[in-house]
Ligand binder design. Structure first.
Ligand code: HEC
Length: 173
């Protein structure tokens, strides 16, 4: 075969599609993971757990390796918070609720966004209607949403959870 022979289109087209996809997202990022990342970046209208944006030292029960964290709730999720901005006991977060835990490696660097989105009709939703997102600060996927919280739920369904959330349990005071 001559070196000049054009590559068969059947090879060129998939290669082109792959390289275009590569421009748009990190490898392995699905549209849902990309959406969760965008949702996590936009904190407008969010409120903080206990109404405080201070970084909290990670708890002993944390499954997350970064040293600090803080957790925020979008306006829909905030309807499940009490007057002190803690989660109401035995509540269920309504559809559309978004909870973002920012995991900080040190006092000035966000390492990861851990995300809970209540979207019961999503393909990636678990039995409680939660979609679990886990993305590095640069958008790289740490755990794909389509895993349905496989790496998260065992820990998050422990005694004392409220609709699979743990902030009240580990930061009661
Ligand atoms: C070994 C236990 C453990 C595992 C595994 C774990 N978490 Fe967590 N998570 C916690 C604890 C404890 C908290 C409360 C804050 C803290 O101490 O970090 C928390 C808090 C959160 C919050 C804030 C909302 C709340 O109140 O629970 C989100 C969102 C979250 N985790 C997402 C995830 C995701 C996504 C995964 C899987 C990729 C995951 N977690 C895996 C223990 C865990």
């Amino acid at each position: 075969m001559s070196l000049r022979a054009p590559l068969p289109l059947s090879l060129v087209i998939p290669a082109l599609a792959l390289s275009l996809a590569g421009c748009k997202h990190e490898p392995g990022t699905t549209p849902l993971d990309a959406e969760l990342y965008q949702l996590a970046l936009n904190s407008s209208g969010h409120v903080w757990y206990k109404n405080s944006d201070e970084l909290l030292p990670r708890s002993t029960g944390s499954g997350h390796s970064e040293a600090f964290l803080r957790t925020r709730y979008n306006a829909i999720a905030a309807t499940a918070l009490d007057t002190l901005y803690r989660v109401v006991a035995d509540t269920a977060f309504p559809p559309g609720s978004l909870i973002v835990k920012e995991l900080w490696s040190d006092a000035s660097t966000i390492g990861t966004y851990a995300i809970l989105l209540k979207r019961p009709d999503a393909e990636a939703a678990d039995a409680d209607g939660w979609v679990w997102g886990y993305l590095r600060a640069n958008g790289e996927v740490r755990a794909p949403a389509i895993d349905r919280g496989a790496a998260c739920r065992t820990c998050h369904m422990q005694d004392g959870e409220i609709d699979a959330t743990l902030m009240n349990q580990y930061f009661p005071e």
